[in-house]
Design a protein around this ligand. Structure first.
Ligand code: HSE
Length: 301
């Protein structure tokens, strides 16, 4: 057992428009988790510091405990220090960062008894959203598919570096609420609409043919229903595209809108914010990049 470890885990965006529940991508926005032996306590700074539990139901804490349970050991007394840059309840995978952060930190502290595959299986079992958990752990742009009890992941190599422009509304949109808006069935026409675009999206990203992205990021399986709760979504997506973004979509279950672009990132951000302002949706713009790196150890000793 090491005496301390510090790890970083990225924000993620899921769905990317049409890839509902099966595509996700890591972003260059990071939460830090530090574990130290020789004491107890949970310290939290940054995003969610006023909202997150400091008790033994804290998700980083319960995820670290799950790692120890998985390897058949009791978790030792630990001091948890979490510094969060990922906003909560905005479709940027904050709960996946907590789960993956707790697991990866505990695994590193204990000398890495579990493999990446085992960590992924455990993380998905705890979190339930493989499209956020997978890129949080592995980085990059990921396809994730459940084959009976087996999880299959595949990295989409990006031919071109892309900016990710986020418009992050002040208002949260909890995933369970945003999922509750979705009907139990979809039409064949909508399924075909999304299948074609998901395939097109993978090809656009791997080939670098970014002209395809505008069509390839369209969706009919979740965004229209979620737009009922968040009507400005459609307007902010349109503003991003008109400002020159290659593609734009609701990030995960929302409320963040994300635009992908190789250039004109300041203009895209400005126009998204301007439209949000006109539509009465307060929030912030953040310009970031896709991260090829997933959760990783910063220091251990
Ligand atoms: N794919 C999920 C959803 C996002 O759209 O509800 C959380 O992984």
């Amino acid at each position: 057992m090491k005496s301390y470890v510090e790890i970083r885990v990225p924000a993620t965006t899921a769905n990317l428009g049409p890839g509902f529940d099966c595509l996700g991508m890591a972003l260059d926005i990071w939460n830090t988790v530090r574990l130290e032996t020789g004491g107890t306590g949970i310290n939290i700074t940054g995003e969610g510091a006023n909202l997150l539990s400091r008790g033994d139901d804290n998700l980083v804490y319960t995820s670290a405990a799950a790692l120890f349970q998985e390897i058949g050991e009791a978790m030792p007394p630990l001091v948890f220090t979490c510094d969060n840059a990922v906003p909560l309840g905005r479709g940027l995978g904050s709960s996946s960062t907590a789960v993956v952060g707790g697991l990866v930190a505990a695994n590193a502290l204990r000398g890495e008894p579990l493999s990446q595959d085992e960590l992924l299986t455990l993380a998905v079992r705890i979190e339930g959203h493989p499209d956020n958990v997978t890129p949080a752990l592995l980085g990059g742009c990921q396809i994730v598919v459940q084959d009976e009890s087996k999880l299959i992941t595949s990295t989409i190599p990006l031919a071109k570096e892309l900016w990710a422009i986020l418009y992050i509304p002040s208002q949260q949109m909890p995933t369970h609420q945003a999922r509750g808006l979705l009907g139990p069935q979809v039409s064949r026409a909508d399924a075909v609409f999304n299948m074609g675009r998901t395939a097109l999206l993978v090809n656009a990203l791997t080939s670098g043919d970014l002209a395809l992205l505008k069509t390839a990021t369209q969706d009919r399986l979740h965004q229209p229903a979620r737009g009922v709760l968040f009507p400005a979504m459609r307007l902010i997506i349109r503003a991003a595209l008109e400002a020159g973004a290659s593609g734009a979509f609701l990030s995960g279950a929302g409320s963040t809108i994300l635009a992908l672009t190789p250039d004109r990132e300041m203009t895209v951000g400005y126009e998204m914010a301007d439209m949000a302002d006109k539509a009465g949706v307060p929030g912030d713009v953040k310009i970031t990049k896709v991260s090829q790196q997933g959760a990783h150890v910063v220091s251990v000793g």
